[in-house]
Design a protein around this ligand. Structure first.
Ligand SMILES: Cc1ncc(COP(=O)(O)O)c(C=O)c1O
Length: 396
């Protein structure tokens, strides 16, 4: 990999994003199933061999060290990995912990608020089911009132989206949840503008960044949000079962942790991080995943993912039988897009793509989104996408 990067480092990101020799070499680092073209990397993107081998090494080593590892460097190593993640996120290491996934991160924030009956929360029907479910739980448990908006698939401006959330806020609103990238469509939302608007109204903002971290570049402090959660097993190529939770320093004491810490220290984000004994080899592999990400280069990865999405969407966007549920504007999308065929149920489309064309995708049929979600990754080739475009064209 080092030689590979050395060979292209003089080229512009734009040029590299289309350098098929380079990306073919990256592809060579993955073990790919020959059964189908995998265009569903959104749930979990399996690891390149380099990270997998390191992960197995950590597993063996911790199995060898046993309790000695757990009683000596376990916590120090977790904090070191968290500090590297904080650096990637652009925030202080005192505001970020490693969790097991976005669900743990965000459900702790939702469930851990000091809710009173009549308090209100704002969210969108396009948000993820676990978090919507957690809001329904606090609704039942504490009498919280949930206001659910619906995000248009093709907004005409940031202001249209901001207004949508603003209209749902009342003097009783305490917390607003917003996706950084809507998982079912890949639409990137104007989070900073939503945070600014919400703060003017005294409302805290929790951002669901499950699909953003390791996908496209941003810094959490730039977003000005109060809470941010993401999963590292999606776009950062960390083994299954790792996520992050960012909590703005001033809110650390206000959350009730899911599992109480041994000792509840004020202003210490680790008061939110007691999950008992857990797979610590996964945490060590975070370092390998960050090394891999930095070698590829965050800017190059983002540019390649955007190039791949645009490569196929630009070929089908104007076909009369095709419906694209993702905005074309590069500031509103990156690697993920969603496509439907008029008159065809999304499950039938996914089924046909798999059985007839050997292309694996996932069907989405709800919240005003009817189509298949398409998530390539850096090992995906334009040639594979040509086959997908041909399949979509044939279905007319
Ligand atoms: C937007 C969004 N939020 C949260 C999650 C939950 O992620 P995890 O299962 O890793 O907790 C997902 C998973 O796909 C998601 O797409």
């Amino acid at each position: 990999m080092d030689n590979l990067i050395g060979g292209i480092s003089h080229l512009s990101t734009d040029v590299i994003s289309q350098d098929e020799d380079f990306w073919d070499n990256v592809r060579g680092g993955y073990r790919l199933k020959p059964d189908y073209i995998n265009l569903e990397n959104g749930y979990y993107c399996f690891l390149p061999q380099e990270i997998l081998e390191n992960y197995i090494h950590h597993l063996r080593e911790i199995n060898y060290q046993g309790s000695y590892y757990m009683r000596t460097v376990q916590w120090e190593n977790k904090r070191k990995a968290a500090a590297r993640l904080a650096q990637l996120a652009g925030c202080s290491a005192e505001e970020l912990i490693i969790t097991r996934n976005t669900t743990e991160s965000l459900d702790m924030v939702i469930g851990g608020q000091d809710w009173k009956a009549g308090d209100e929360a704002v969210m969108a029907e396009q948000d993820y089911g676990s978090m919507l479910g957690m809001f329904r739980q606090v609704e039942k448990r504490y009498g919280v009132v949930n206001k659910v908006v619906s995000i248009p698939n093709h907004p005409s401006s940031d202001e249209e989206v901001v207004k949508l959330y603003e209209n749902a806020i009342t003097p009783k609103t305490k917390l607003l949840m917003v996706c950084h990238m809507v998982n079912i469509t890949g639409q990137i939302l104007p989070v900073r503008k939503i945070c600014d608007m919400a703060h003017q109204r005294g409302v805290k903002v929790m951002v669901d960044g499950a699909h953003a971290f390791g996908h496209f570049r941003f810094s959490i402090p730039d977003l000005q949000c109060d809470f941010y959660g993401s999963s590292l097993h999606k776009w950062l190529s960390v083994p299954l079962g790792a996520g992050i939770l960012y909590v703005k320093k001033e809110h650390i004491n206000s959350i009730w942790p899911v599992f109480a810490p041994f000792e509840d220290k004020a202003d210490d984000i680790y008061r939110l991080n007691n999950v008992g004994t857990h797979p610590v080899h996964t945490l060590l592999a975070i370092n390998n995943a960050i090394d891999f990400y930095e070698k590829i280069g965050a800017e190059r990865k983002e540019a390649r993912l955007r190039y791949l999405q645009n490569y196929w969407t630009s070929k089908v966007r104007n076909l009369p039988h095709v419906v694209l549920n993702t905005p074309a504007d590069p500031v509103r999308s990156c690697g993920i897009a969603n496509v439907g065929i008029k008159g065809m149920k999304p499950t039938d489309l996914a089924d046909t793509l798999l059985k007839k064309y050997s292309i694996y995708t996932v069907a989405i049929d709800g919240a005003n989104v009817h189509g298949c979600r398409i998530t390539p990754n850096i090992y995906t080739t334009p040639n594979e996408l040509d086959k997908f475009v041909k399949a979509l064209s044939d279905l007319g």
